[in-house]
Design a protein around this ligand. Sequence first.
Ligand SMILES: CC(C)(COP(=O)(O)OP(=O)(O)OC[C@H]1O[C@@H](n2cnc3c(N)ncnc32)[C@H](O)[C@@H]1OP(=O)(O)O)[C@@H](O)C(=O)NCCC(=O)NCCS
Length: 169
Amino acid sequence: MSDQAEGRPVAASAIREHIYKVFPNDMNSNATVFGGMVMATIDRISLVVAERHSGRVCVTVSVDDIHFLAPARTGETLIFSASCNRAWGSSMEIGCRVKAEDSMSGEQRHIVSAYSTFVALDDDHKPVTVRPVRPETDIERRRYDEAALRRDARLKHAKALEKLRGGQG
Ligand SMILES: CC(C)(COP(=O)(O)OP(=O)(O)OC[C@H]1O[C@@H](n2cnc3c(N)ncnc32)[C@H](O)[C@@H]1OP(=O)(O)O)[C@@H](O)C(=O)NCCC(=O)NCCS
């Protein structure tokens, strides 16, 4: 808890409702929004949250499963929200949620969620310790607790892969 008390509030770095209007040049061959564009936007927005939180240049080290829950179509509006769920040594987990909106009717659908891990770098491009996160709302506290489970799983997975490859990368 003392760790959290010294931390930077989640709201200080969060991005709320970044708007992206979908046009025909964003489509895939199935006439739905190209997933790569959505992934790139998630990465850019999450990066800004990590850099705001840490005050450092950051790089993406890992992205957990991305699930496309529903398609989005031309004319719709994509709404991206991202926040720092938790920070450890040099790494931070950023959660990003994307909704698609029919702006005429106001109907919104949750279409994608992603959890990305970013590492803050010092001036020599080496990982550097970042300040902790201070969750202040029930949902921020839930995300903070869940982030620990995801970190355990992703580090175990990374370690198992490294072992399998015999440290060959
Ligand atoms: C990110 C990078 C600097 C980390 O270097 P490293 O030598 O692995 O450094 P460390 O072993 O000290 O790990 C740094 C942090 O990353 C975390 N980390 C390393 N591999 C990870 C993985 N696969 N998943 C999640 N976190 C990971 C570590 O747990 C550590 O976090 P902590 O300080 O909070 O405990 C290095 O891997 C790198 O440059 N990767 C390429 C990044 C890049 O170019 N991204 C752009 C997308 S292509």
